[in-house]
Design a protein around this ligand. Structure first.
Ligand code: SF4
Length: 372
């Protein structure tokens, strides 16, 4: 069987998500669905469609929540490009947990953007505020219940954690988690561990259970962070984080959706005509000719357009099922299907871009941007 390695900085191509259960000990998310139901918590769209497929310790997090103990959700964004539909997936999960009463922490990973992605400082700061924070506000994250910060301007004991973590891990352990590693990646990984764990320090609200919703490719950071939390025992009480894992949305070309390859995605501030051209040129799971498609049906399982429907655009399960059946049965052709998808994208973007205008100004006022 081929080796499975997850590279949080690379372009993962995960063919079989179930192997992540055996190889890394991620637990199937369906295990906790019943518990959520018994607590009266409705699953999000991503959970009920199996897009959130795995977890670590989510059941313990539910216990914390049930007992009324403090819970938070934390995520980081690397400001290396625009905010697109892939980021929206994570943003919606933050809103979902905020609505359940979780405190939200959002770290802008500007140190990582500089050290690993080689993004100029001023540009990373602008992207962090005007793309990530502004878009998160525009999709409904409540700034009064969210702590936004940049890694390099975070004050206080957050930085002590990064320094102390350095003595808790060897370079060969780093290599076994990440493969080939550079000093920039080591610092980034330790900083990410501090991002995830610092909300538990007294200075940031004290002991709590922290949930991290991530794409499956980010699990190496979670494994490192959980180990570091255990190794700090006796010095500071840090609970290993819980995490939930979502499948990665395919890019419009069928590969990884990435802001460094703009043709693979649609940015939320994109002019509508640019967005339309990209979406209408997307790869599909369609056949070579209309005649073949009518005869054999399409393959929505392989189709990036259908990913947009299932991950984001169609909330009603019956409607989604109808598109699936019409595609499989050869009743829906790709041109018509894409036009329908783009009309949904247009409707969303028109409204979102109006909100984005207003949220940009707010974004600058609620975060301490780094001085250099
Ligand atoms: S009809 Fe729609 S879902 Fe089916 S393969 Fe074509 S674009 Fe994809």
């Amino acid at each position: 069987m081929p080796e499975v390695r997850l590279d949080p900085w690379g372009r993962p191509d995960i063919k079989d998500y179930s192997r992540l259960y055996e190889v890394f000990g991620i637990r199937p998310f369906r295990e906790v669905a019943e518990k959520m139901k018994s607590m009266g918590i409705e699953q999000s769209l991503l959970m009920r469609r199996g897009i959130v497929f795995g977890h670590r310790d989510f059941d313990s997090l539910l216990d914390f929540y049930k007992r009324g103990e403090k819970v938070a959700v934390m995520t980081g964004f690397v400001p290396s490009g625009g905010f697109h539909f892939g980021h929206l997936l994570t943003g919606k999960q933050l809103v979902y947990f905020q609505n359940l009463g979780f405190k939200v922490f959002v770290g802008i990973a500007d140190a990582e953007a500089y050290a690993v992605r080689h993004i100029k400082r001023k540009e990373a700061i602008r992207i962090g505020v005007e793309e990530y924070i502004a878009n998160l506000l525009a999709i409904g994250l409540d700034e009064r219940k969210t702590e936004f910060y940049f890694q390099t301007s975070r004050k206080g004991s957050y930085h002590s954690l990064i320094q102390l973590f350095g003595s808790k891990i060897t370079s060969s352990e780093f290599e076994s988690i990440y493969g080939e590693i550079t000093p920039g990646k080591i610092v980034s990984a330790l900083t990410q561990a501090a991002d995830i764990l610092h909300p538990q320090l007294d200075e940031y609200g004290g002991y709590k259970m922290v949930l991290v919703p991530v794409g499956a490719d980010q699990d190496p950071h979670l494994r490192l962070t959980r180990d570091l939390a255990e190794r700090m025992k006796g010095e500071v009480e840090l609970r290993p984080p819980s995490s939930i894992y979502h499948r990665l949305m395919r890019g419009l070309d069928g590969g990884k959706m990435s802001s460094s390859r703009p043709e693979t995605t649609i940015f939320l501030n994109e002019p509508l005509e640019v967005a339309r051209k990209k979406f209408m040129s997307s790869l599909t799971g369609g056949r070579n000719t209309a005649e073949e498609q009518r005869r054999l049906g399409g393959e929505p399982e392989k189709c990036p357009v259908f990913d947009f429907y299932i991950y984001q655009l169609i909330e009603d399960d019956n409607k989604l099922n109808d598109v699936y059946k019409r595609c499989k049965g050869g009743k829906l052709l790709c041109g018509e299907c894409k036009a329908m998808g783009f009309s949904m994208i247009r409707e969303f973007l028109e409204e979102h871009q109006r909100k984005l205008e207003a949220s940009r100004e707010v974004a600058w006022s609620i975060v301490e941007a780094p001085k250099f």
